[in-house]
Design a protein around this ligand. Structure first.
Ligand code: CA
Length: 236
């Protein structure tokens, strides 16, 4: 799940980035309103939650929030700010924020609020993704295949979530590197192949259909198109 962090304090944004990544989220960073709007417009597979600082260099976070809502970006927004006055909170909640956390904050509490905000986002797809007999529980971070629980390391989780959101699309190594490992170029490392191997071992048990098909010269596809029962089951 991609989370946009709008924060001009680099200490805080890198702390959040590392922490969220360790939890299996895919953080995207913006240090001002312009970068935030650009990220919301271009990011693929799409920002699903925003952490928004109020004191930004080029204009207030509240303006960023208002413009987001005007542009029909409906994902949950959690305000992260040092301003603790009731009047400030009321103002941004009225402007369309879903929650409000005051700095300094506990990372555990922030994680709980992120989970709560995604839960109340009102879409069934916000809490789980199902492709065939594989179910990804986005809240408890557990995968289930044919009733069997599958434990995943954070990177494996991020990789599997990416595939499940694009189940019939061929994803190239470069696309996967940029989305799961945050590399903007192909480093020539075989890390993607190694992790696809880990996932295959965990997912493809005897008697079950094969997931993570190699498409020669192109990359990987989660499931074979010819075997899909319904179009685009993962994204919503
Ligand atoms: Ca700030």
């Amino acid at each position: 799940m991609q989370i946009l962090i709008v924060e001009d304090d680099r200490g805080i944004s890198s702390f959040l980035e590392k922490g969220l990544r360790a939890e299996g989220y895919s953080p995207v960073l913006a240090s001002n309103g312009e970068e935030a709007h650009a990220a919301l417009d271009i990011a693929e597979p799409g920002i699903e939650l925003v952490l928004l600082d109020l004191g930004l260099p080029s204009g207030d976070g509240e303006e960023v929030l208002k413009k987001m809502r005007q542009d029909s970006h409906t994902m949950p927004v959690i305000i992260l700010t040092a301003r603790a006055e009731v009047a400030d909170k009321v103002k941004v909640l009225n402007a369309g924020a879903n929650d409000y956390v005051t700095k300094p904050f506990s990372f555990e509490e922030l994680l709980a609020r992120i989970r709560a905000a995604s839960r109340t986002a009102g879409q069934p797809s916000a809490s789980e993704i199902v492709v065939r007999d594989l179910r990804l529980d986005l809240l408890s971070k557990v995968a289930w295949r044919a009733g069997q629980r599958i434990d995943l390391a954070p990177r494996e989780w991020a990789l599997l979530e990416l595939f499940m959101r694009h189940p019939t699309q061929v994803l190239s190594r470069t696309q996967i590197l940029s989305r799961v490992w945050d590399y903007s170029f192909d480093t020539g490392s075989n890390v993607v192949d190694v992790y696809v191997g880990y996932l295959r071992r965990k997912l493809n048990n005897p008697g079950l259909s094969t997931m993570l098909v190699t498409v020669r010269g192109a990359g990987y596809r989660f499931i074979d198109e010819s075997e899909v029962e319904s179009p685009d089951p993962g994204r919503g």
